[in-house]
Design a protein around this ligand. Structure first.
Ligand SMILES: [Zn+2]
Length: 193
């Protein structure tokens, strides 16, 4: 991963619709939290408070703790609640320190958002997961069409496709490509009927 300030922040969301939602925003600061806050405000039109913090051991370079907070108002949120949240900004900056000192995430949240009467309605565990599959990439290959597939078979004797989201590489050998070519030809025939 690289951090910089020149370029664009692109967010792709799979909302189980036909096309994924894609939001873009120019990077302005290079501070990840600031750029995310700007993305939510500009691209998704949701004013947001974003905090990201990490505590490192300067000697060994190991991460002691890290924490992040994204605070967004729901529609109809009273102005004074937003002001209350804004007033807690300085305290929110202590989140990763509190975690480093052994507080659980919920304890730390109650502490930094003191006065906001927070109530936990749901907890989820984020994980790095991609729903790509060999079958999905087979469909991508089929959608390339007859010429492209024949080209891959004759010139490259195979193909390797890499998922844009998780970087998993899927390799197809010549025989597999030939089977996909046959499938694409069958589909063309069906389409003509
Ligand atoms: Zn993937």
């Amino acid at each position: 991963m690289a951090v910089g300030w020149f370029g664009e922040l692109t967010v792709v969301k799979d909302l189980s619709m036909r096309e994924p939602y894609v939001g873009r925003c120019e990077l302005v600061s290079g501070e990840i939290a600031e750029d995310f806050a700007r993305y939510f405000t500009v691209s998704e039109q949701t004013p947001s408070l974003v905090y990201l913090g990490v505590r490192m051991d300067a000697q060994s370079g190991t991460v002691l703790s890290s924490g992040g907070l994204l605070l967004q108002p729901l529609p109809g949120c009273p102005e004074e609640h937003i002001e209350l949240a804004m007033a807690r900004v300085e305290s929110i900056k202590n989140l990763s320190t509190l975690l480093e000192n052994g507080r659980t995430l919920q304890e730390a949240l109650h502490e930094v958002l003191d006065g906001l009467n927070i109530e936990v309605t749901e907890t989820t565990m984020p994980r790095f997961l991609c729903d790509c599959s060999r079958e999905r990439l087979e469909r991508v290959l089929i959608s390339l069409g007859k010429e492209e597939l024949e080209d891959l078979i004759e010139k490259d004797k195979g193909a390797t496709l890499t998922c844009h989201f998780c970087n998993t590489a899927y390799s197809f050998d010549e025989a597999e490509l030939k089977a996909l070519l046959e499938e694409s030809l069958r589909k063309d025939d069906d389409a003509e009927v």
